[in-house]
Design a binder for this molecule. Sequence first.
Ligand SMILES: *Cc1c(COP(=O)(O)O)cnc(C)c1O
Length: 373
Amino acid sequence: MSTTLRVPFGDLARQAAELDPEVTEALTRVARSGWYILGNEVAAFEAEFAAFCGAEACVGVASGADALYLALTALDVGPGDEVITVANACIYQVAAILQTGARPVFVDIDPATHTLDPALLEAAITPRTRVLLPVHLYGRTANMAAIWSIARLYDLKVVEDAAQAHGARYCSEPGTLVGGGASAICCFSFYPSKNLGALGDGGALTTGDPELAARLRRLRMYGWGEKYIAIEAGGRNSRLDELQAAVLRVKLRRLAAWNQARRERAAWYRELLAGLPLELPADDPGHVYHLFVVQCDNRDALRRHLLEAGVGCDVHYPVPAHVQPAYAALGHRRGALPHTERAATRVLSLPLFPELTRVEVEAVARSVRSFFG
Ligand SMILES: *Cc1c(COP(=O)(O)O)cnc(C)c1O
């Protein structure tokens, strides 16, 4: 093997070391405050994240999965309704749709961007369609200008899954950050490995509509209007806690620089992997490279080769939602989403995080090159 350097797929301890005094101070401040749920830290983080995105309001919740469920619930999605989405983003948003009692309707992806293909949307719309739910997969936005215009035409709401796209800019409107666009609601996850990650679970929603924000605040807390008085059915306990909010405030100040570092490392890969029989991800100035995903025909062999060489890599995601075992009863068939299914056999994520060094990127590239001989 040409390389002996082991390169991890991710390494959150490097970021923890960089942030140590500030995060320790934040955690200690909360621990000593005597107030742990929905206090000053959550309120401050919500204001800071809304300002960062250019959104009217932000509501902190317990996870990205809860954000998706609460977004649909706040838009009155329920039994008999249909939500149009993609099948290549694991099952997060599909589970949320099913939890509301609605039915997920899948459209295929644009194979160049791995995001919802707006050209296929109109054929999937029925009188039961309520919401369009695109996913900004790998850190690149879906074509929102096209999706928003179809939503306006058919009077549909849009919910974005931005769990992999904190700080990304819309490819169709490069002046606008994800979360500050024209959708009803945009959903974020702060799972530790995301571009903005907590020290545990967390999530948030942004919206331009103060009434929706107020409704989301009720739904994350049992549906209470005032204390102990439930005025919303469908509420649950889904709160971002003070400790996570305090940590997120520290990290939010670095997000733009971290995203810039991700873009720089993506450019290094592009330079070092040029000329191989390997499809590199389509770039866009707003792309924040949550993942650096290459594609090739012999993906499984390349993956084994890299793992044997000590290079971490992973597949996002191996089984499309419409053919997941738990969803067989939905009656979807293999072959229905050809681009989605083909991508699932070809995608491979290489190590990409802000602290990854040039030497490590070179070692990964050498290992990839040695596979192709
Ligand atoms: C991580 C992720 C989620 C789920 O977020 P959690 O905080 O883990 O619940 C949803 N959608 C996408 C695209 C994700 O990557």
